[in-house]
Design a protein. Structure first.
Length: 161
């Protein structure tokens, strides 16, 4: 799992909760603009290339070894992540990667297209643009096989369709 120190506490806590599954976590440093350092990401992917092939889990579903979690816009600095650059690095380095984007600070302020950012999943909180507090939105690609048993500790209520 790839994260950064800039990510919201809820994302960092979710990453920590995956430790029970022996998930390796790496915190990629930020560059001078406050975005993920793509050179560090590329170096880490190169050093772990032998571990990035698709594996099969006990239920015979294919899963990816890499989960990248990033924030589209940093609430403290306003830095906008270069998602297309990150996607290009991942496309060249790994056969498959699950990409989660926290777009909470972006939605309602800049155009956000779930399809255009090439994310597997995207979250945002409507209270940031005048919506009610206490609810969050999770968009997931139809191709991602999520199990209803997944726990989302930061979400109070989840609706599955």
């Amino acid at each position: 799992m790839v994260t950064s120190q800039r990510d919201h506490e809820s994302l960092r806590n979710a990453a920590k909760s995956l430790d029970v599954f022996s998930t390796a976590r790496v915190t990629v440093p930020l560059d001078q603009n406050g975005c993920l350092c793509t050179q560090s990401l590329n170096n880490w992917l190169s050093s772990t290339k032998q571990n990035t092939s698709i594996k099969t889990d006990p239920t015979n579903e294919t899963t990816s070894n890499i989960l990248l979690v990033t924030t589209l816009v940093c609430g403290q600095t306003g830095a906008i992540e270069n998602l297309s650059g990150i996607h290009e690095i991942l496309r060249k380095s790994v056969s498959r990667c699950t990409r989660h984007v926290d777009a909470t600070q972006a939605v309602g302020k800049i155009p956000v297209s779930f399809a255009a950012i090439n994310a597997t999943s995207l979250t945002f909180a409507p209270h940031k643009f005048g919506g009610p507090r206490g609810i969050e939105c999770l968009l997931v690609q139809k191709t991602l096989n999520m199990r209803r048993s997944l726990q989302f500790p930061t979400f109070r209520n989840s609706w599955w369709y």
